[in-house]
Design a protein around this ligand. Structure first.
Ligand SMILES: Nc1nc2c(ncn2[C@@H]2O[C@H](COP(=O)(O)OP(=O)(O)OP(=O)(O)O)[C@@H](O)[C@H]2O)c(=O)[nH]1
Ligand SMILES: [Mg+2]
Length: 389
């Protein structure tokens, strides 16, 4: 299960170049000067991302290192058009964020089912020489080249779209809570880092309503410096509307534990602190009633100024109160917006899958006219054809 959860892939993408316009002069037996009749080149294919709610990981893209749309065909004589290149559609789970593979800069994101984002536009086809005939130049011996292809190496990252994200040290009881409130079956054990990949569950609430909860691997002090599993999974809570912090009642100093968690989140992305927070004191069955009462009266806990709920997933205590508190926060207007600016990623630090192999340069050079390879001066064509669109 965990090996199949892929939330990071790096892919080289290229759109198709536009087909070249054709330079052709019509000649027939009784029509030696039939005039220019070169047709237009076809459009190159684009590389397009499409959201698909049935996908939960980027696994299907793991071994796909290159995605290339096809080139537009050349125009032909008798004003025949070149064929358009085929688009390449990359299906991605909703919540996929795209970064530039070299600079780490944010490019775009796909949030909704069937949402289409054009990542790389195919080149426009060149115009055939038929378009360039004028009163003074009735036999233009040139045509327009196709627009070049675009290429880019991109990093796709999945940031799951959940309403509530669980934040806590390892062993805080996050996965146990998820297993109690939803149908999800996360692994649960009394050793740290049981959960290695994010898990999602749908929590059903009263009157047939529901919300989504994400359990992410535990965070420890120094996670922002790469300790434990580091902050690699924190991106999955970037888009949650509410963060549910979990601190066990057995903790020696719950307030300190909460503050460490908050600090690590801040190190990762200060915007996380603008989200609504709820603190759940978990495992209340593991301490005496007296100790629970003491925690309930604790001035230091109350001083945190956030809603606090006392729960025990094992004994089923406080679970309904917790759901109520989460539902209330989720429905507050200021918590509806789950937009967040995606900070650029550090491509040097992020762990990489192996680099894409050198790409295949061996393609047909088709945009040149008369089979002569020369640098095209695209300025020459200003004002005519595609750049006037
Ligand atoms: N007594 C008691 N034990 C609990 C409760 N909730 C969880 N535990 C125990 O605490 C241990 C850790 O629980 P997990 O749910 O795996 O903790 P986690 O926060 O998901 O841990 P990581 O995945 O390692 O980050 C397990 O042995 C659970 O049985 C609770 O409400 N009461
Ligand atoms: Mg867990």
């Amino acid at each position: 299960m965990s090996a199949n959860f892929i939330d990071y892939v790096k892919i080289y993408c290229r759109s198709g170049k536009g087909g070249a316009g054709c330079m052709h002069l019509h000649r027939a037996k009784y029509l030696p000067k039939g005039g220019p009749d070169g047709g237009d080149g076809g459009k190159g294919g684009s590389v397009i991302l499409r959201g698909n709610r049935n996908l939960w990981t980027l696994l299907h893209l793991k071994y796909q290192k290159h995605i290339m749309a096809t080139d537009g065909g050349k125009g032909g004589q008798s004003r025949s058009f070149g064929k358009d290149g085929e688009n390449k559609i990359i299906e991605v789970p909703c919540g996929t964020v795209v970064y530039d593979g070299e600079t780490g800069e944010f490019i775009c994101e796909v949030k909704e089912h069937n949402e289409r984002v054009v990542l790389l536009k195919g080149g426009r086809g060149g115009l055939g020489n038929w378009h360039f005939r004028t009163a003074t130049n009735q036999a233009p011996r040139y045509a327009q080249p196709g627009e070049p292809a675009q290429e880019r190496t991109v990093i796709l990252q999945l940031k799951v779209l959940a309403d509530v994200g669980l934040v806590g040290f390892p062993n805080a009881g996050k996965s146990t809570l998820l297993s109690v409130v939803s149908a999800a079956k996360p692994e649960i054990a009394d050793y740290p880092f049981t959960t290695l990949t994010p898990q999602l569950g749908i929590v059903s609430y009263r009157d047939g309503r529901s919300f989504c909860m994400a359990d992410i691997p535990g965070i420890i002090e120094g996670a922002s410096e790469g300790r434990g599993l580091g902050l690699r999974f924190l991106r999955h809570i970037e888009r949650n509307a509410v963060l549910l912090f979990m601190v066990p009642a057995t903790s020696e100093n719950p307030v300190k534990e909460y503050k460490i968690l908050l600090h690590e989140l801040e190190q990762y992305n200060p915007e996380l602190l603008t989200k609504a927070r709820i603190l759940a004191i978990s495992k209340c069955d593991a301490v005496t009633d007296k100790e629970v009462q003491k925690l309930k009266k604790s001035k230091r806990l109350a001083g945190l100024d956030i809603p606090i709920v006392f729960i025990s997933s094992v004994a089923g205590q406080g679970i309904d109160a917790l759901k109520d508190a989460l539902w209330t926060e989720l429905n507050k207007e200021q918590n509806q917006v789950i937009e967040i600016s995606h900070a650029p990623i550090d491509v040097a630090v992020i762990e990489r899958e192996e680099e894409p192999e050198a790409r295949n340069e061996d393609e047909e050079g088709t945009i040149y006219l008369n089979e002569v390879e020369e640098e095209w001066d695209l300025d020459k064509y200003k004002g005519i054809g595609w750049d006037t669109e």
